[in-house]
Write a protein that binds this ligand. Sequence first.
Ligand SMILES: Cc1cc2nc3c(=O)[nH]c(=O)nc-3n(C[C@H](O)[C@H](O)[C@H](O)COP(=O)(O)OP(=O)(O)OC[C@H]3O[C@@H](n4cnc5c(N)ncnc54)[C@H](O)[C@@H]3O)c2cc1C
Length: 458
Amino acid sequence: MEGVARATVSADVAVVGAGLSGLRAARQLADAGREVIVLEARDRVGGRLFNATLGDGVTVDVGGQWVGSDHVRVQRLASELGIEIFPQHGDGRNLLDLGGKRRRYRGTIPRLGPRVLWDIFIARRRFDRLARAVGAEEPWAAERAAELDGETLAQWCERNMRTEAARELIGLAGRTVWGTGPEELSMLHVLFYVSAAGSFDKLIDTEGGAQQDRLDGGAQLLPLGLADSLGDRVRLGAAARRISDRGSGVQVVADGVEVEAERAIVAVPPAIAARIEIDPLPPGRPELAERLRPGALTKCMALYEEPFWRGDGLSGEAVADTGPVTLTFDSSPRDGSAGVLLGFVGGPEARELAALPAAERRAPVLACFERLYGPRAAQPLDYAEQTWTEEEFSGGGPTSNFGPGGWTACGPTLREPVGRIHWAGTETATIWSGYMEGALQAGERVASEVLESGRTVG
Ligand SMILES: Cc1cc2nc3c(=O)[nH]c(=O)nc-3n(C[C@H](O)[C@H](O)[C@H](O)COP(=O)(O)OP(=O)(O)OC[C@H]3O[C@@H](n4cnc5c(N)ncnc54)[C@H](O)[C@@H]3O)c2cc1C
C-alpha cells in the first residue's frame, strides 16, 4: 500500500474493527465526548455477525445468532435499538443419532443408559467446580493452571469419564461451542470459558442457557444499529495495515485513510490482528497470535416451505455423530411462515468440508438433514452455507481457542495495553468470552481503560 494517496484525519481514538466490540467501545467513547474513527476492513460492519437472505427474503443469521438468558448487555442494546427478542423454537422432541441408533428426547441431555447419564452428570459438576477455582480474569494464575493447561479436554475426559458415549457427547458439544475438537483444546481454556459463562450447562442449554433467544431481523442488526448512530465516524473498506506508537500518539495507516490519534483500540481477533504491522512490535503478541487460534465453525441453512418437522413432533434440535453436521436447530422465522433448518459443522469436520469444492459441500449436509428429518429435508427451496475459516478478516469462529500450554504462556498478554494500543474483541472478555455478550463487555472495558488512561485529549 506504500505510495497510495490517503486522506489524513485526526481523532482522539482510532478503533480498528467494526464488529460489536469495536463499535461498542466507539459508542461509549463518543458518548464521553471523545472523537473516534472506526476503521473496518470489510464493506460491511458486524464481523462475525452477518445476516443473509434465503429464498425471496427470509433473513437468516449465518454468524452469531442466539442471545443467552443472562446476556444482559445484548438484551439492553437490542431494547435500545428497538430490536425484538423472541424464544428459540424448542417445542417437540429432540433427536440423538449416536452409534447408528436414533432416539427422541426432551431437554438438553438425551435419555441414555444410567451409567452414561451419571458420567455426564459428574463431569458437568467437575467442570463447574474446577472452573470456579480457575476464574475468568487470570486463568494462568490459578493454583492448578500449569497442570490443567498441560492437558487437552480429550485427555481430561479420558482420565475422568468412564463411558465412551459420554465422552463422545462432550466432544460433539465442544465442536459447536468452540469450533474445535476436544483433542485440540487446553483444559484450562475450557474451564476459563465455563467460568466466563457461569456454568457448563449455560453453554449448552437452550432455555436458561446461551441458546435461549433470537433477535428478530437477525443479529447483525445490533452492529448495524450502533454503526448508524456513529455515522461517518465508521469507515468501511479501510483495513488497518500499520499502527505506529510514537510515544506521544499513534498513527494508524489503513486502506484509503491515515489516522493520527492519541490512542488506538484493536478490536480484532488476535490471529487476525497479527497481520497488522505494529511498530514497535509488542512483545508476546506474535506468540499469542500463534497459539490463540480461531475455531472452525460452518453454518449450513436450508429453507423449506414450512417447518415440517414440527408436524412430526420434532423440535428441529438434533445431535448426531455421523457428520459432517453434528448439531441442528430450527432456525425458522419468528412467525413460522417458512421452515429453516440450521446445521452446524465444527472442528475437524468443518475443515474437511471446507476442503471440498464449494459445489460439493451441500450434498453431505443435506444427507445429514435427510437422515434426521426424512426425505423432505433433502429438497430445500434454497440453501446457504457460511464457512468462517474462509473469511479473510475473521479467520474462523465462533471464537479463538488456546491449545495446551497457551494460557500459561500467553494469558497475560491478551488484554494488557501496550503503550498507546489497547485490545478488545470477544476473545479478551471475562464475561461470556466468545459470545456477543463478551464482545460488548470487552468493548465497555476497553473504552473505560482508554478514558481512565487520563492521557486522551478530551
Ligand atoms: C458461526 C458462528 C456462530 C456464532 N453463534 C453465536 C451465538 O449464537 N451467540 C453469540 O452470542 N455469539 C455467537 N458467535 C460469536 C459472536 O459472533 C462473536 O463473539 C462476536 O460477533 C465477536 O465480535 P467482535 O467485535 O469481538 O469480533 P468480530 O465480529 O470478529 O469483529 C472484528 C471486526 O474487525 C474487522 N477487521 C479485521 N481485521 C481488520 C483490519 N486489519 N482493519 C480493520 N478491520 C479489521 C473485521 O472485518 C470485523 O468486522 C458466533 C460466531 C460464529 C462465527
